[in-house]
Write a protein that binds this ligand. Structure first.
Ligand code: GLN
Length: 186
């Protein structure tokens, strides 16, 4: 049976994630309310603008339900989603769900080199990584594991049931990272 997963659909490129998850074989539900969160087995928080997404999450009363959800179910955060999952955020500091023990610096590559497409190496092969005004993961807690780096910086990290990437796999045809996330759903 197909796994039923949510994509947080308040802001950002959630439709591209929906398509990528469907290509990987999942049934996808767009999540905008605490009720919609109740019947999904995992959730993707897309890229976009983390400050805007944070405000919308607070306005939708989704912060506490998401923290609770993350205690038992997998969440994959891509780019802005990774910023929302991190325990500490700088440049500037902002609130987050604090579900992954990592520290992130927003817009870590600056304005000059803010977007690019590169090849990165993971345990299971090379994948294409699209970076768009990406954060840099500047600290990785002891329970988190780095799965891929770019230029020495961690760009794909897991901690137990959760996964983050600072790049956008939903913008390529490769479903590798989405598959990795679906494999975390029991
Ligand atoms: N720069 C954005 C932020 O700080 C993230 C960019 C993205 O998700 N592509 O929220």
């Amino acid at each position: 049976m197909a796994k039923r997963v949510g994509v947080l659909a308040l802001q950002g490129d959630f439709q591209a994630h929906q398509k990528a998850l469907e290509r990987a074989g999942a049934e996808v539900v767009q999540v905008r309310t605490p009720e919609e969160l109740r019947d999904v087995q995992g959730l993707v928080i897309p890229g976009g603008e983390s400050t805007t997404m944070l405000r919308l999450l607070q306005a939708a009363n989704l912060m506490q339900p998401l923290k609770e959800f993350g205690k038992t179910k997998p969440i994959y955060g891509s780019c802005a989603g990774a910023i929302l999952l991190a325990t500490d955020v700088i440049n500037p500091e902002q609130a987050s769900l604090q579900l992954m023990d990592i520290g992130v610096q927003r817009n870590g590559y600056g304005r000059q080199l803010d977007s690019r497409v590169v090849q990165i190496l993971t345990d299971t092969g090379e994948i294409e990584a699209v970076f768009i005004r990406a954060p840099i993961i500047v600290r990785v807690g002891k329970d988190a594991r780095v799965l891929a780096r770019y230029n020495g910086d961690p760009v794909l990290v897991e901690q137990g049931r959760h996964l983050v990437s600072t790049f956008h796999p939903e913008l390529t045809d490769d479903t590798h990272v989405h598959q990795m996330f679906l494999d975390k759903i029991a």
